[in-house]
Structures are given as C-alpha cells and as structure tokens.
Design a protein around this ligand. Structure first.
Ligand SMILES: [Zn+2]
Length: 369
C-alpha cells in the first residue's frame, strides 16, 4: 500500500488545511511535526516514550544510515522499522542535504555526487539510483527524491543549474523506484529566486509525485524571505497532495508555514535544543542553565502537562544539565517534543474550530513576548 492523503477541512482565511495521511504503518494527523531520528534513534528517547508523546511519524537520515551501519545490514534486519523497534511511520530523506552540508564534497556532476565520509574520510558516490536503492532497503513509508541543495546565498546561475539537475534526478528516481509499500516524494528547489522556484515546482509537478517537499529553505536566509518563497511556491503544488517543508521547526515558523498551506515539517531543533538545555515554554525559549534558575522550585512551564513539567522543578533540571547527567537530556527532550506535539494539536483544533488566525496571534504574542 502506498500513502493516501485526505483533506478534512480547509481554512477560510488562510491556505491552511487539516488532513490525514495514511501510510502502511498508521495514520498521521496533519499539519504534523516530525521529530528527527538521525541514526535510527530519536536521541535520548525510547520508541515507547515517543509513542506516549503521541508521535505518529519520525524522520530518519539515509546518509547516516548508509555510512553506518549500512542499508544492506538494515535490510537484513527486516528493514528500518524492525531494526529500530518503531511501529509507526517513517520518512527518510534522500541524503542529498547531508552530503552537501556534512560530507567533504569531491565532485558533483549530472551522474551524482562523489564525497568523502565525515566519519572516516572513505570515498563514496551517490546517484539518484543509489539514493533509491538505499531508501528501498531501509523500507521507510515515505522516501525522498535525490536533490541538489544550494547554500544561502548562492548566485543565480548556480541555483538554476542545481534546480535543473534536481528535476533530472527526480525523473531518474521515479524510474528506478519500485517499492510498492513506499511512496516517493519530489523535492522542489530554486533558492530564493522567484522565477526559478516557480519553474522548478511546475516541472516537478508534471512528474506527478504522491507528495511534494520544498527544499533548500531554512539554510541561513532571513525568515521573512523564507515565508515569501512559500507564498509563491505553495500555490504551484497540487491542492490534493501533501506538502512538506524540509528542515523547519521553530514554533513561529511552523505557524507561518501552516497558514501558507504546509502539511508536514521536520527539524532537529526541539531534540537538539532539549539536549542543550534550550527549552521551549509558552512564554518563549529559556536556557535552563541560567544562574537565575538555581533555586527556582517551580515547573519549567506551569501550563505544560508533560512528564517533566508535572514532576520536576527548574532548579532540579538546571542541576542535571550543569552536572551533565543523562536524565537532563531525556527530560529536556520529553518536554520539547511534547511542546511541539501540543502546538501542532492546538493548530489542528484551531483549524477545526475556524480560529487558526486567532490562535496564531495569541500563541505568538505569548511566545515571542
Ligand atoms: Zn513540559
């Protein structure tokens, strides 16, 4: 079975939609935030804890799993779900973004990318065909086409060439992809150039994917510019297919993405911040190691119902982080993921109740102060 996407309701005042995405491993309520499990684990979380938090889909990174432990070993284990003990849905990225951001690039041409591993310097080559082989072996529910992501800022010529190559590669991915239990999404590129973005999205849509991602954003450009790109790119994508904004996870950006018609998001931010002691609260982000929390015996966020906020104080959490105790990372990650999941739930119920813009205004005025 491949995926099925149902739109339950559309917002009258914005482009937001409430939906359900069905995969071979369950139902995902959209708009959704997907936590990142880079190395086939959402750091500091057991799969049981993720289930308790109500997480319906996670993202895992092909680049990392290809290098270590290897996609063939994971296939031998029965696929990624079995290997990592996760029963719900998984989306894998194609590795493109990591190759361009982590690997030591040797050469890129129309065939693919030659790079050295960031772990041991070993030489590798990934083509669109190879990226499909890896993701089919992993057996994720949603696979992503292999794309070329340009950094920000990049010149127009470079962005144009990468965008054209991304289309050629998307075609090749589609030809070779043959896992019927996996759906392949296309990725639209084009940097922050309006004409390239629109042309690229239109060409990608002609290839007819079951879902579309907008890539190459949140790579250092101002947020206002990212929202502008969404304003003119999202309308190029089919109304009845899921739309995924890659690598975006700041609470305010999720809201801005949802009102522009995005259904899916992923980002390492909540989990990475959770381990660093940078914690989301309804009145903004705080750094729990700050000296002012030394004898603060109140919960992290009095409005939060998560296990961390229900059972521990800021003073105790600060102590854990200062002492570099593992429990600090665990409790911080539980809270940050709960915060994101609650935000998305609140967005969905506001959408259902025709009060999304009111909710957005209220949330942002508390969160951004
Ligand atoms: Zn909490």
């Amino acid at each position: 079975m491949s995926i099925k996407f149902e739109i339950l309701k559309e917002c009258r005042k914005t482009k937001a939609r409430l939906g359900k995405l069905f995969t071979p491993h369950g139902v995902i309520e959209t708009p959704v935030f997907m936590p990142v499990g880079t190395q086939a684990t959402v750091k500091a979380m057991t799969p049981q804890e993720l289930e308790r938090l109500g997480i319906q889909i996670i993202l895992s990174n092909s680049y990392h799993l290809y290098l270590r432990p290897g996609h063939n070993l994971i296939a031998q284990a029965g696929g990624l779900h079995k290997f990592m003990g996760w029963k719900s849905s998984i989306l894998t990225d194609s590795g493109g973004f990591q190759i361009f951001s982590l690997g030591e690039l040797n050469k890129i041409n129309d065939e693919g990318v030659f790079f050295n591993s960031h772990i041991d310097g070993s030489k590798h080559f990934i083509s669109p065909e190879k990226a499909m082989e890896i993701q089919m072996a992993l057996g994720s529910d949603i696979a992503m086409a292999f794309d070329e992501c340009t950094p920000y800022p990049s010149g127009k010529y470079q962005v144009e060439a990468a965008a054209q190559r991304t289309i050629q590669w998307a075609k090749r991915c589609k030809v070779i992809h043959h896992n019927l239990n996996q759906s392949l999404f296309g990725i639209a590129q084009g940097g922050t150039f309006k004409d390239i973005r629109i042309e690229n999205a239109n060409k990608l849509v002609e290839l007819d994917f079951p879902g579309y991602a907008i890539g190459g954003l949140s790579v250092g450009e101002p947020k206002s510019l990212m929202y502008e790109v969404l304003d003119y790119t999202v309308p190029c994508l089919p109304q009845n297919k899921p739309r995924y904004l890659m690598g975006v996870g700041a609470p305010q950006s999720l809201l801005e993405g949802v009102v522009r018609g995005i259904d899916m998001f992923d980002c390492v931010l909540p989990t990475r911040n959770g381990r660093n002691g940078s914690l989301f609260t309804s009145s903004g982000k705080i750094s729990i190691t700050n000296a002012k929390f030394k004898d603060d015996f109140t919960p992290l966020d009095s409005k939060c119902q998560c296990y961390t906020c229900q059972n521990f104080t800021k003073a105790y959490l600060r102590h854990l982080y200062i002492s570099k105790e593992i429990l600090g990372s665990i409790l911080g990650t539980i809270h940050n993921l709960y915060f994101m999941i609650s935000l998305m739930k609140n967005i969905r119920s506001a959408l259902l109740g025709d009060r999304l813009l009111e909710f957005k205004e209220e949330f942002l005025s508390n969160y951004l102060g």
